[in-house]
Design a binder for this molecule. Sequence first.
Ligand code: DLL
Length: 442
Amino acid sequence: MILDPEIETLARQDLQDLQLARLRQTLNHAYASVPFYRQALDNAGVKPGDIWSMEDIVRLPFTRKSDLRDHYPFGLLAVPMDQIVRFHASSGTRGKPTVVAYTKGDIALWARIVARALMCAGARSGDRFHNAYGYGLFTGGLGLHYGIEELGAAVIPVSGGNTPRQVRLIEDFMPRGIAGTPSYVLNIAEEMRALGLDPRGTSLEYAILGAEPWSEALRAEIEQVLGIKAMDIYGLSEVIGPGVAIECWETQNGLHIAEDHFLPEIIDPETGLPVPFGESGELVFTSLTKEAFPVIRYRTGDIASLNPEPCACGRTLMRMSRIKGRLDDMLIIRGVNVFPTEIEYVLLQVEEISPHYQVVVDHAGTLDTLEVHCEVTPEFHQASSSNADPRSAQLHRQIVHALKSELGISVGLKIHKPGTIPRSEGKAVRIVDNRVSSTEVR
Ligand code: DLL
């Protein structure tokens, strides 16, 4: 019932016809109901009726996160308040949070989108599903929750935190699937070990992981540690929440975008111009079916590329690459761009290092400096009795060298004993930026 073969395997031209019809509806709706969009379209000299082909989309103005903040909390709603049944909001570590809203229809639609996404990633009705995404204003918990129920699977709504209890519930309820941030699911696996359990011995068969950038190397680590398959799920509250795109169980190679609901573009973040398929740039989405909170050419700040080739799984929905990083997480160190995921990739190649790390950015004079903090594995820690152990010094040299050849610059490195780096219960804090006020972490 959920797998939508007509949509998921539609010929590109048919899909584009559907997208264009829905785009025109969305533009009419936004123009008629949201003064901000009416003004933005008027300023760009374009009316909803001027959009006749998908190529015309470049004539539409962008929407930015700052536009959402400027209209905090309810200024961009496209329906009367009495039709709203739910709000979500981003955490707002940098200034005002961004608030999004849903009608009953939006919630039902989102549930169907997530259910289809979960099917794509190998979930089935009848599964028990441990949902360790945070419940609340964050879209992860409730977004997955409604999708799991829509699929006909049984949701275990644990939310994030209280990690020993998470382990106990997995032992007792024996779920087939788990969802959470990659860093938190890894944290749960570590807790299993600490409690003397074998993380490979649970009932879990698959994990649906996202909400933060993660590397292919971290996937390999999680799959190995837990003996499961891990699929990447992407989304953002401004566009709807989780479920905008997901990897298929069959290939785990790129995330199928729910293109019947969200129109993707990749642009050059400097010029705003489209970039060709396969090239990285900023991901931009236009919602095609949302009622309460339509978004037009929303600049996500996420870096990815698009691949329109049909997938070996049979789906024709375009795939986006795994997110390389967020533009605002990109560090520019002595003129070189660095994403935390590149550092993660290097660290995870080193057997003696565990997959927990942070990157500390600071000022030294006029220059920005970067120091990577990571941990040795408990096994290595036991074997090498002290920091003076020659194996520790050699490990340090080896990682500094590997970071330099991957990143193209020398960075500082501190290797700590196991358990030093703070563990996440949701989105991991990878960057500690001492250049900004001390309370502001990303
Ligand atoms: O993180 C929605 C979500 C919940 C997605 C659960 C997946 C699973 P926000 O809190 O609004 O929404 O944060 C959105 O998180 O712009 C990306 O920078 C990042 N992000 C989300 N999914 C991924 C992913 C949710 N799979 C922001 N890989 C986005 C990398 C991701 N980054």
